[in-house]
Design a protein around this ligand. Sequence first.
Ligand code: 5AD
Ligand code: SF4
Length: 444
Amino acid sequence: MKFHIITFGCQMNVCDSDWLSYYLQTLGWEPVAEEEAECFIVNTCSVRDKPEQKVYSLLGRLKEYWEANPRCFVAVGGCVAQQVGTAFWKRFPFVRLIFGTDGVANVPAALQQIADDPDQRISLLDFLDEYPERENRFPAFLPAQAFVNIMQGCDNFCAYCIVPYTRGRQKSRASRLVLDECRALVDRGVREISLLGQNVNSYGLDDHGDGVSFAELLHKVAAIPGLDRLRFTTSHPKDIAEEVIQAFGSLPNLCPQLHLPVQSGSDALLKSMGRKYTRKRYEKIVRDLRAVCPDIALTTDLIVGFPGETDQDFEDTLQLMRLVRYESSFSFKYSDRPGVRAERMTNKVPEAVKQERLQRLQALQAEHTIQALEARVGKQDQVLVEGRSRKSDDETPCWRGRDLGGRIVNFHGDAPDLVGKIVPVTITKAKKHSLWGEVSGSPW
Ligand code: 5AD
Ligand code: SF4
């Protein structure tokens, strides 16, 4: 079978899609461009805006392939699938598999059944009690960067967030299995691992934990011989342990980069969002991180126009941004999600106000981003190359990778293939969202 995967949303979805792709390839399925596919896998996200609409319009487009070839079918997975469930079948007869995040492990077998039997439809929507362990099958060639899931779900129930409803309660994965997977990846040449979870700082604290804390897990993974770079995401500030902060000063391969979603700079809003930390506590975490790792690149998530947000609350957020000076941020207008606490709050902020605040916030972030990038000029960075730069022309190959802080760096280099190599690059120029540099050492 020829398949094509379309992924929306977070890195956990990307990780699930990668796993599916690798696994299907070992069954003899072939990843192809959309126009050639017989099986489409759509991995959906429902965290913001009108995600169902996005999926419906995509399915409307995919329908044409099925009309041209009735053998074609679609599998819908991820958070929207979990929410909408088998209602998809009524509207879209060519959707023949629906799977939630706990069902991914059984998707390859289900797809095989569906491909063999044109009358078959399957739903895999149950939440499991345990972390849904799955067998790893790696293709012959792996990229140098890999994601490794360490947990599933979230127990925080922030007032705006649908994740605990679509991904279920937090379930930590056994540390032994996380380590086995990391070792297997490094054995196959992986140089950078990102540990993934909705809230990695509370790893091990649920009933499924095996006594190993997140800080301990970090130390164990960092000690795997041959692992050059370690990152993790996402961190909830309320759960970040002192030992994790200290790890940024003591683990040489832990990259100086942290995504630490703050959401708002106003204590009143942090409280009504149910974030369970104060601005003072957040500021202390930032100070402590910079004390052990002065160069740490901090990024964040911000919501504007949460119900009840006043002009002053919003100014508090801008002021926090000026204090922390994030390298970059993801910022969103608050949007109602079905069933969450904030949906029932009455003091909603008008759309025009949300829009205006978002623009102001993003303009401030753009200033901070360019200043942060300009501060890199003249420095030498270690760049792990991900591929050819889009700006490549035939005469002088251009490469694109990430420095230790996670910033995108482009540079010219004559070597035939630098993908997967770490290249010392001296930064010469800052663009709006990326850096340019010159090779200043031997690739390794
Ligand atoms: N409205 C706007 N933004 C949201 N996020 C999550 N839920 C909502 C919502 N209902 C944002 C948060 C979170 C990121 C993944 O998405 O900032 O950190
Ligand atoms: Fe959503 Fe809060 Fe859990 Fe993050 S920590 S997934 S924002 S409920």
